[in-house]
Ligand binder design. Sequence first.
Ligand SMILES: Nc1nc2c(ncn2[C@@H]2O[C@H](COP(=O)(O)OP(=O)(O)O)[C@@H](O)[C@H]2O)c(=O)[nH]1
Ligand SMILES: [Mg+2]
Length: 472
Amino acid sequence: MVIGRIADGIVQGVEDASAALSESLFEPVIRIGVTGFARAGKTVFITSLVANLMDRGRMPGLVSAADGAIVGAWLQPQPDDTVPRFAFESHLAALTGPAPHWPQPTSAVSELRLSLKVQPRGFMGSFSGPRTIHLDIIDYPGEWLLDLQLLERSYDDWSSEILQRAADRPSAAGFLQALESVDGDAEVTEPAAQALAAAYIGYLGAAREAGFSDCTPGRFLMPGEMAGSPALTFAPMPPQEARAPRGSLRREMERRYESYKAKVVKPFFRDHFARIDRQIVLVDLLGAIHAGPKAVEDLGRSMNDILGAFRPGRNAWLTRLLGAKRVERILFAATKADHIHHTQHGQVTAIMEAMLRQARDRADFAGARTNAMAIAALRATVEETRTVEGRELGMVRGRLESGKEAVLYPGTLPEDPSRLLVPAREGAERWLDGDYSVMRFAPAPGTLKPGEGPPHIRLDRAAEFLFGDRLK
Ligand SMILES: Nc1nc2c(ncn2[C@@H]2O[C@H](COP(=O)(O)OP(=O)(O)O)[C@@H](O)[C@H]2O)c(=O)[nH]1
Ligand SMILES: [Mg+2]
């Protein structure tokens, strides 16, 4: 056990440990993980959260901001020297500058430290001076969490599973053909390995486009700084009775798969995931509803897969790594709620809660508090009500990315979540009750006022759930 931990690099230097100890006594650190699949809204969320914590005029739902306990907030160098810093300034400039636009997509882990000066309120507060509390915010792709499953799977097991699923997917045709044309027992050459990996990555991209998110290895579509390295240049191959000969293509693919697990997956869980105290999982639920029942079902399944990482006991290696440490709170937030009128936010929350309940029913999170809500990290629309054929309809108005103004009536979400979730589970092709539309609104110009961060919906409530209790 002890040996295993040393081998996994868990034991920190003595200096490190004592620094961490004094920091935790006097200046507590809360590590907040922000995850979700690509385009879920992680970058926009972190940018707006940090801006709204620095200028707290729009944060009445964060108790310690509303009652004045937070007396200051500033950015600091983060503690992890080798993790890219979250590009807060340039993302904020994109969102709130003279020609506001959405930030560039990102595909790797990044981190930011925001420090808060907090003067505790109430009776106890009058005895103590202000405290400093550090929020370390870690942005990482949800796709990477799916890799946890690989740790307990051999190359052959993983290959058979992937190939079985690929068998009846049209998007896999190219890759399957590429597999046919190689001889796994032949001596490996780098061009052959690269060609096969490229065909596999092509398939994963197409599968994701088609709405599937069971796309392991998670780094193949989100390579970060590792694009092109051997650990990311392999593909599944059909298992054979006999072990592949030394130096063969199949043997090399197996070696790289093992290397991916040891050098990519494990370090991520060890260095980032294992240290998270509070977690927010962002979900583009409205986008999935717009795409149809199959996308909603797939989203539910992949939420469940993501959550696997937060269930102690599910994976022996992770359980050993975490020891007694647990994520204390997990928030599931449906993003981009500014696409719909507030009269429908309750329905979005109900659908999120129902999806979460399904995931929760399969296993619990061992004491972690969970919550679901609908938020917009950056509100790009204003609401208006129009009377159409004698009926009052709540709509949203915003500027499209083309610069044109548009009014959107996205459709009415059902009060009862099962009206969406049951057809999704039953594999329906389309919604019976109607269509749900989304538009890509651009961030609105001129929204910043002195003392206020960017406009949002329930970002303050999300913050209160995530770390409000630690600021009191
Ligand atoms: N209307 C609206 N769109 C959003 C919001 N957050 C994200 N988006 C959209 O979602 C896209 C992806 O967001 P981003 O934060 O880059 O996602 P990430 O890949 O998870 O980091 C953005 O380019 C926007 O088009 C929001 O609060 N409101
Ligand atoms: Mg991002």
